[in-house]
Design a protein around this ligand. Structure first.
Ligand SMILES: [Zn+2]
Ligand SMILES: [Zn+2]
Length: 304
């Protein structure tokens, strides 16, 4: 099943060196989600040929401009393009007021239903669920309320081992196999063991998006064994004090969390405009956690 993360923006505060504000496009099977929506998100979606009209939900981590300044523009475009499909939006409470003020001032009534749910930055909360995934907030340590988002697949069904399946199975037999049951004859005698005809379900994959935050050792519990971890790395270790004072993290700290959480892979992003060359971020992180990569714009990462 498709589970992809495309980086649309990876810079913090000020766009620099061709890098844009934070935004990511997450695809799970045929469902599409946007995580944060920095200033250029709409243009970046077009550049990488990703449809905004297909978006099911948008998740905004916090109300610093580099994470949401592209949102009103994107919502407006979907309105102008005739979107009618409802759109789910999750973010801090104040986001609703910002959107209402804008559309009230421009005398715009959106052609589609925008369903807003405020996030809670105090404790992990299940905020979204569909056929394939659940999304839970990750409370972070930032100057204002800020949450990350943990996308986790729902359990997959048992898989049939097609090379082993006998041709004469009834629909009732197949239903039993799906439930993990053995197949019995009319007298209750065992015909086939479930395990002889099936394979274990695919593992439940997960993606954690950790937006702006200080290093939080405690996150290792919620993020335990996550397949793909995106964690902000605004600075390098040489600026650790500055990172802490501004409620941000270093590449080394992001790697430390990935290591302690036993993540499979780490993506570093939210780079400060003070750095032109990003290679030192990867180098610093890899000294602690080998599977560290830069969240470069236009790159798509597969989860799991
Ligand atoms: Zn930021
Ligand atoms: Zn911020």
């Amino acid at each position: 099943m498709t589970f992809l993360v495309t980086i649309l923006g990876s810079n913090s505060a000020i766009p620099a060196y061709g890098r844009h504000h934070t935004a990511q496009y997450v695809q799970v099977k045929n469902q599409k989600y946007l995580v944060d929506c920095g200033e250029a998100a709409q243009n970046q979606l077009m550049r990488y040929k990703l449809s905004s009209l297909k978006l099911n939900a948008i998740f905004i981590s916090h109300l610093h401009g580099d994470h949401y300044l592209g949102l009103v523009g994107l919502l407006s475009s979907m309105h102008l393009q005739g979107r009618t499909k409802p759109l789910y939006l999750y973010g801090p409470r104040g986001l609703k007021e910002i959107i209402i003020t804008h559309f009230k001032s421009s005398d715009t009534v959106l052609k589609y239903k925008l369903i807003f749910t405020p996030t809670n930055a105090q404790e992990p909360t299940l905020i979204f669920e569909d056929k394939h995934i659940k999304v839970t907030t990750i409370p972070l340590d930032h100057r204002i309320d800020c949450t990350g988002f943990l996308f986790r697949e729902k359990p997959h069904p048992i898989r049939f081992n097609k090379t082993k399946l006998p041709p004469n199975l009834s629909l009732a037999n197949i239903a039993s196999l799906k439930k993990g049951e053995d197949i019995l004859d009319d007298n209750g005698k065992l015909l086939y063991k479930n395990k002889a005809l099936t394979l274990p379900p695919w593992p439940q994959r997960s993606y954690a998006y950790c937006s702006d935050t200080r290093y939080m050792a405690s996150l290792k519990n919620q993020l335990k064994k996550v397949d793909l971890l995106y964690h902000e790395a605004t600075f390098l270790n040489e600026n650790e004090l500055r990172a802490s004072n501004t409620y941000h993290s270093t590449a080394g700290q992001a790697a430390q969390l990935a290591k302690e959480a036993k993540a499979k892979k780490l993506l570093l992003g939210h780079f400060s405009a003070r750095y032109k060359d990003l290679k030192p971020f990867e180098d610093e992180a890899r000294k602690v956690f080998k599977e560290s990569y830069l969240a470069l714009e236009g790159t798509t990462f597969e989860v799991g």
